[in-house]
Every structure is written in structure tokens, then in C-alpha cells.
Design a protein around this ligand. Structure first.
Ligand code: ATP
Ligand code: LTN
Length: 330
């Protein structure tokens, strides 16, 4: 069976629709027929200032949401990055393999560091992609399901794996990004030309899984639309409507062409009401399930501890081969 690995940061109380449609939906699908490892990357979340109580709360909330969205501990290994110290061990080796210029070209680093300024940016934000490479290579993953914004990090991971293998002998599987064309990028519903984001979006533009149904209903009804009145997919001229069409289609399973027909001659108001309905009804049971899971912290911790134990066994094997090939005395 092919191996799959992906990660998500516990940086907010709720995942948003972009996280789900761009990434986690594929995680759920890939559990069948693959050996899947899914990681809550709490060490990556430390690259921005974090309150200890919030980090804990959000790590558990992330686990509850992943389970509610369909990740099954029977079918896949769900674990917490910091509970597997091998990530730090391989992270250092990846840092020693990466060029300074190469790391400087990572667009996520450039975007995030330019927002706070070079002086306030952490070194950890700079070395973030090398820890991510370690996350992936430790498990010898074939596929990495992520949104479009992560493509460059997966490319770097492939380059590092290839470089290590050619210098020190075959050690790592070269991973491939697994990115679905249809929902690779969900945009902010108030600013439909920028990506929906946990950390940078204004709340009105981000549809959160854990928000109450009334809140999401209101957000979608007030989503930014475009000039004109036709419900038509056109990313350049109608980014707002196109984004809403993508969301509706991804959740309802109807094609965009079908939706365009269905709403031909109707106004944006009717269309937004329909999108709101689809989103709210889709998320209602998921939110309820996540809330129920959060009531039993011990059960959640048991799932994470057993996932982490399994992950450590696989990760340790890779560390031993890596050290041996590097010439480290074992
Ligand atoms: P931040 O904005 O704080 O960087 P984020 O919202 O991008 O956070 P991450 O934890 O970095 O969330 O991403 C988790 C997964 O969700 C990644 O695979 C990422 O590609 C995907 N993702 C994030 N935002 C979107 C989006 N707007 N559309 C599609 N996929 C997305
Ligand atoms: N950088 C990713 C989160 C992430 C990840 C990973 C994704 C950390 N480690 C390993 C896939 C595989 C992000 O910002 N979305």
C-alpha cells in the first residue's frame, strides 16, 4: 500500500472551509487503499507567538475536528508532531542540507515574514519548510495531500530527498504533492481574490467549521459578489461568484455547469441563499460531532497517544537508516 502523509497546524479554534476542501477532504478519501499518517503539527504552530493554554486547546480541537470530518483512527494514524521527537532530529539534518538562498525563495516565508517585518520574524519561520520536509520523509510518504499553496514546500522536500539520496545512498522515498484541481484554493468570501486563511483573513470572510450555523448563514448571505447579475464561473471577472460556485459544487457534488443552469435568470441573492443552505447543512453534523468529542478529553488523548506511538516506530526506523548513511556512530 502506498503511504500518505499530511499535516495541519493547530493555529486557530476552528478549521475553515479552505482547509477542509483543499486538504482534509482528500485526507479522508485517501484513508481507503493507502497507509495514511495525519499529523497535527504543533511545532510548526510555534513559529508565531502562542499562548500555552490556547496551544493545548487548539491541538485538542484540531483532533476533534479531524475525527468529526471523517478521519478514522482505525483506518489511519492520527498523531501529534511534538510527541514524535524524530521530527526534530530529521529537521536538523534537513536544515544542514538546505541552501540559504533556496530557503529564502520560499513564498510562504516571504509572505508571512513581510507581514510582520524581518526583525520580528522568527528563525523558526525560516526553517519551517525543512521541518515540514522531515515530517514527510520520516514516513517515506508517496503522496502528500495539501492545498495549492503548499506545492513549493513539497517540491523542496523532493529536492532535499533527492540530494540526500545521491550524496549518502538511497534513504528517502521521493514524495509527490496530491492536489485536486477543483478545490485547491478556496478564497476569502469578502476578499475573493485572496485565499481563505486562518491567520490573515478578517472573520467575515472565513467560513469556520466550528461557527454556529446562524453565523455562517449570515456570512454567506453577505458574501462579496461582483458586478453584473449572472451566476457564471469566471475567475477573472467574477471572483466572488466563482468562489461561491466552487464551494457549492465541492459540497453538493453538482457540477459547476449544472449550477450555472439552475441559477440562470435568478439573481445573486437566490444563489447566495442556496450556497448558505448547502454549507450550513453540510457542516451542522460535523460541528455537533466535534463538540461531542471535545467533551471526552481522555478518549481524544488515548487516540492521539496510540497514533503517536505507531508513528514513533516508523519514524525511528528512518532515523536509524539516515544516521547510518550519514556516518553517525550508532
Ligand atoms: P494560515 O493562513 O495561518 O497559514 P492556513 O489557513 O493556510 O493557515 P494551514 O494549517 O497552513 O492553514 O493549512 C492546512 C491545509 O489547508 C494545507 O494543506 C493548506 O494547503 C490547506 N489550505 C489552507 N488554506 C486553504 C485555502 N484557502 N484553500 C485551499 N486549501 C487551503
Ligand atoms: N506547512 C503546512 C502544514 C504542514 C504539512 C506538513 C503539510 C506541516 N508539515 C507535512 C503536509 C505535510 C501548511 O502550512 N499548511
Amino acid at each position: 500500500m502506498k503511504r500518505v502523509l499530511s499535516g495541519i497546524q493547530p493555529t486557530s479554534d476552528s478549521f475553515h472551509l479552505g482547509n477542509y476542501l483543499g486538504a482534509v477532504k482528500q485526507w479522508v478519501e485517501l484513508q481507503d487503499g493507502h497507509d495514511a499518517f495525519y499529523c497535527i503539527v504543533d511545532l510548526h504552530a510555534l513559529t508565531i507567538e502562542t499562548d500555552p493554554a490556547l496551544l493545548r486547546k487548539r491541538t485538542l480541537a484540531s483532533a476533534a475536528q479531524l475525527l468529526a470530518l471523517g478521519i478514522s483512527p482505525e483506518k489511519s494514524t492520527l498523531f501529534v508532531q511534538s510527541q514524535v521527537p524524530q521530527h526534530n532530529q530529521l529537521g536538523w539534518i534537513m536544515e544542514c542540507l538546505t541552501g540559504f538562498g533556496e530557503a529564502s525563495r520560499m513564498t510562504q516565508f516571504k509572505d508571512k515574514s513581510s507581514k510582520v517585518g524581518a526583525d520580528s520574524s522568527r528563525v523558526g519561520l525560516f526553517t519551517y519548510p525543512m521541518l515540514q520536509a522531515a515530517d514527510i520523509l520520516l514516513y517515506q510518504a508517496h503522496f502528500v495531500p495539501v492545498g495549492e499553496d503548499q506545492r513549493q514546500h513539497i517540491e523542496l522536500t523532493r529536492d532535499l530527498a533527492g540530494r540526500f539520496n545521491s550524496r549518502y545512498g538511497q534513504t528517502f522515498q521521493l514524495p509527490e504533492a496530491y492536489i485536486l484541481k477543483t478545490a485547491a484554493k478556496i478564497n476569502d468570501i469578502q476578499e475573493p481574490t485572496s485565499k481563505m486563511s486562518k491567520s490573515s483573513g478578517a472573520v467575515a470572510g472565513v467560513i469556520e467549521i466550528m461557527d454556529a450555523p446562524e453565523v455562517n448563514l449570515k456570512k454567506i448571505r453577505s458574501a462579496m459578489t461582483d458586478a453584473g447579475r449572472e451566476v457564471k464561473y469566471d475567475m477573472a471577472e467574477k471572483p466572488g461568484i466563482s468562489n461561491l460556485l466552487t464551494i457549492h459544487s465541492a459540497l453538493s457534488g453538482q457540477t459547476i455547469a449544472n449550477l450555472e443552469n439552475e441559477f440562470a435568470g435568478k439573481g445573486y441573492g437566490d444563489f447566495k441563499a442556496a450556497v448558505a443552505d448547502v454549507v450550513v447543512e453540510y457542516l451542522r453534523p460535523i460541528r455537533a460531532k466535534a463538540m461531542e468529542l471535545l467533551e471526552d478529553e481522555k478518549h481524544l488523548l488515548d487516540i492521539l497517544h496510540s497514533g503517536s506511538a505507531k508513528a514513533r516506530t516508523v519514524a525511528q526506523e528512518t532515523i536509524e537508516t539516515t544516521y547510518k548513511n550519514l556516518g553517525v556512530v550508532l
